[in-house]
Ligand binder design. Structure first.
Ligand code: SF4
Length: 316
């Protein structure tokens, strides 16, 4: 007879996983494949998740890092993270059919940046260097009109030429707590700085961070399902650790290290905004084969956000 499996309670965060922007971006690629047939080119990973990218690749999507890798005469989709203005301009010059899957909440930040610069403000942009969303947002305004602030130390050090004529904006997928700290420094140093009317950190990012905080104290460890290049997923690991819980990021079940779970009685599970629910189920099944699992779904706010498709695909 096999020895009994050790007990493990799974506390599953809510909300978790796909947000409305990711859902829309994936749908855009699928509809483009239906409408134009394969191949459909996609500039950059449509969302930061290998499973999603591999599934779309199997249906005929071709992922490239730059527009000049797209042959003439084939459609191209821009990823959910947004692109600099130069990218659609180059696609137009080449006569390429393009579909923009930029999340509408990222586009909103783009429009804010344009307006602030038109009004003569210099923008301090709170975000992470080289993240595609940051590259895309910097590409909305002329060079030199926006400065990246990555930390409270950067905010303390910055010496702008015209300190009375500043504004700040943020990446959508930041840590809510770190960003509040950076903004507090900027507002203390530059009392006339202008901030966004609503939050730039999106509803999905803040809801998923709040959901981790809500379960962290009841967990011995917490697993975040997501990719290492997914900003919002990495932030979820940090949020758990700040709550005093050991946390790890895994792409999928096969990456789980059973030794890491030694002594864990209650394991929290969540998923970043670009990780599909099927990967959560895969993790639960994997754990069920090693432990006597009791699954508990946390309570959290229901998300009803749905974004419209681009006009070119709306009737597809
Ligand atoms: Fe849009 Fe937020 Fe999702 Fe990014 S995480 S795609 S900003 S809803």
């Amino acid at each position: 007879m096999l020895p009994p499996k050790p007990p493990l309670t799974l506390l599953i965060a809510a909300p978790r996983g796909f947000c409305a922007g990711v859902d829309r971006a994936i749908h855009i690629v699928e509809l483009a494949l239906q409408r134009y047939g394969a191949p459909v080119y996609v500039r950059h990973e449509i969302v930061h998740n290998k499973f999603v990218v591999d599934s779309l690749r199997a249906k005929g999507a071709v992922f490239v890092s730059e527009l000049d890798q797209v042959p003439d005469g084939v459609p191209v989709v821009f990823s959910a993270h947004g692109v600099p203005k130069s990218v659609p301009a180059a696609a137009e010059t080449r006569g390429l059919d393009y579909l923009d899957a930029t999340c509408p909440l990222v586009s909103k930040v783009h429009r804010q940046a344009e307006r602030l610069v038109e009004n003569g403000r210099h923008i301090l942009f709170i975000g992470h260097a080289r993240h595609p969303e940051v590259v895309g947002t910097f590409g909305q305004v002329p060079e030199g009109r926006m400065t990246l602030i990555e930390s409270a130390e950067d905010a303390e050090r910055i010496a702008p030429a015209d300190p009375d004529n500043l504004a700040y904006l943020t990446q959508t997928t930041l840590s809510v707590d770190d960003t509040a700290e950076i903004i507090a420094v900027l507002e203390r140093r530059f009392p006339l700085i202008k901030g966004p009317r609503g939050e730039d950190i999106c509803y999905a990012t803040s809801n998923r961070q709040a959901a981790v905080k809500a379960i962290a104290k009841a967990c011995d460890a917490l697993l975040v399902i997501g990719a290492p290049n997914s900003s919002n997923s990495v932030r979820l690991v940090e949020v758990a650790e700040r709550e005093g819980v050991r946390a790890a990021l895994v792409g999928r079940a096969s990456e789980i290290d059973l030794a890491w779970l030694a002594g864990v009685r209650t394991l929290g599970i969540t998923a970043g905004a670009s990780a599909p629910e099927v990967l959560v189920r895969e993790v639960v099944e994997f754990l069920s084969s090693h432990f006597e699992v009791r699954e508990e779904e946390a309570e959290g706010p229901e998300e009803r956000m749905v974004f419209k498709l681009p006009r070119a695909l709306a009737a597809a």
